[in-house]
Design a protein around this ligand. Structure first.
Ligand SMILES: *Cc1c(COP(=O)(O)O)cnc(C)c1O
Length: 376
């Protein structure tokens, strides 16, 4: 069994996929071919955003947003403590200070009380100026934007929505990548909408920021690539990856997301009396980047993971280490007691095999092994 079976997905799409990749090879328009603009238009329409700017990966997408906002030394950016490293890495990369915030034990997303507390604490210390909050739509579920928006308005913060795992999720009819002042996503192969390499995109309704993003994406270009008016990056999406995404996108939107809802419901039905299953808030829809259960303690989690491995069932721990404990931030002197929920989650979470091409027998096999282990 595979954790996320990309081969099965390819075999389902093969004829169409091969044709669209062959077309790029035949046209040899490898950089900024017309498929890139076509994809940007399709994704902007889908998310309801005015601009989509494709780029090289989800990490660059976040960094481009911070660059467009001119966030740098002296600024504080608030980031959930329980997330992939990129969400905080980019803040340090532009010279600003990442201030980590604890998360909600049910949704794994940023905890609004902890956010307000950390903003006030930062203001009181007076070392950095609060500028923005990176909200992460973790494991596919959008963060609580209604509450976050109120806090952002109160403290004059910009919202950067990191929807690397959230693309395809929504709150009511409003889709992920439309909640932030700028939003980003990743097309890393294992994300909800993945390509066949690295890829990413930035979304915004703001014309001025969109122009800046397009400039920073190509060496800070002015009127052309050889007229350089600011220091930027080289962060384009390959035409080949755009072609892959254009082929996958309709299937993702029409079939895969639906199928993932069924798979999550099936897992939950099997497991809800045995372990803590994922909580999706009323009116929220997850794109199920991960299906993550919680065990009693570290010993039970690690024991279950070993047991599953013996049965040939892969699983993963997202995330082993809270951000504030990463060595890369050792110079920052975070207080461990600010992060009780993240500290505990890192000991008890386990993500299960999950993808839209999973069969019912496979879900039952995983669920049965978990039931056996926890009832031992
Ligand atoms: C994967 C991921 C990223 C980074 O995306 P890449 O395309 O791998 O650079 C950023 N944030 C989160 C939450 C992610 O899961």
């Amino acid at each position: 069994m595979e954790f996320r079976d990309l081969k099965r997905q390819y075999s389902y799409l093969k004829d169409e996929m091969d044709a669209s990749m062959q077309k790029v090879l035949a046209d040899a328009n490898f950089i900024q071919g017309k498929q890139v603009a076509e994809l940007e238009k399709a994704l902007a329409d889908y998310t309801g955003m005015k601009h989509c700017v494709a780029c090289a990966n989800g990490t660059d997408a976040l960094q481009l947003a911070l660059m467009a906002w001119q966030i740098g030394p002296g600024d504080a950016v608030f980031v959930p403590d329980f997330t992939f490293f990129s969400s905080g890495e980019v803040v340090s990369a532009v010279g600003a200070a990442p201030v980590f915030v604890d998360v909600d034990a049910d949704t794994f997303n940023i905890d609004c009380a902890s956010l307000a507390h950390m903003i006030e604490k930062t203001e009181a210390e007076g070392k950095w100026t609060p500028k923005a909050v990176v909200t992460v739509d973790l494991f596919g579920q959008p963060a609580e934007y209604e509450k976050i928006r109120l806090i952002a308005e109160k403290y004059h913060l910009l919202i950067l929505e990191d929807a690397a795992q959230g693309f395809g999720g929504r709150i009511g009819e409003k889709r992920a990548c439309s909640f932030g002042d700028i939003a980003t996503t990743s097309f890393f192969p294992a994300k909800p909408l993945g390509c066949y390499g690295d890829g990413g995109a930035v979304f915004t309704d703001n014309d001025e920021w969109a122009e800046l993003l397009k400039s920073y994406r190509v060496h800070g270009k002015g009127s052309s690539k050889y007229d350089n008016i600011r220091i930027g990056m080289n962060s384009r999406l390959d035409t080949l990856q755009a072609a892959v995404l254009l082929t996958k996108f309709p299937v993702f939107a029409k079939e895969e997301l639906e199928r993932e809802q069924e798979i999550a419901a099936c897992y939950t039905e099997h497991l809800k009396d045995f372990v803590k299953t994922p909580v999706v808030r009323d009116g929220f829809y997850s794109s199920w980047a991960q299906y993550t259960i919680q065990l009693e303690d570290r010993e039970e989690r690690n024991g279950l993971q070993s047991y599953l491995k013996e049965q040939g069932i892969p699983s993963a721990v997202y995330y082993q280490k809270p951000m504030h404990r990463q060595q890369a931030f050792a110079n920052m002197s975070y207080e461990d007691t600010e992060y009780p929920v993240t500290n505990r989650l890192s000991e008890i979470v386990l993500s299960l095999p999950f993808h839209p091409y999973m069969k019912e027998e496979e879900i039952a096999l995983v669920a049965d092994a978990i039931k056996q282990y926890v009832s031992r």
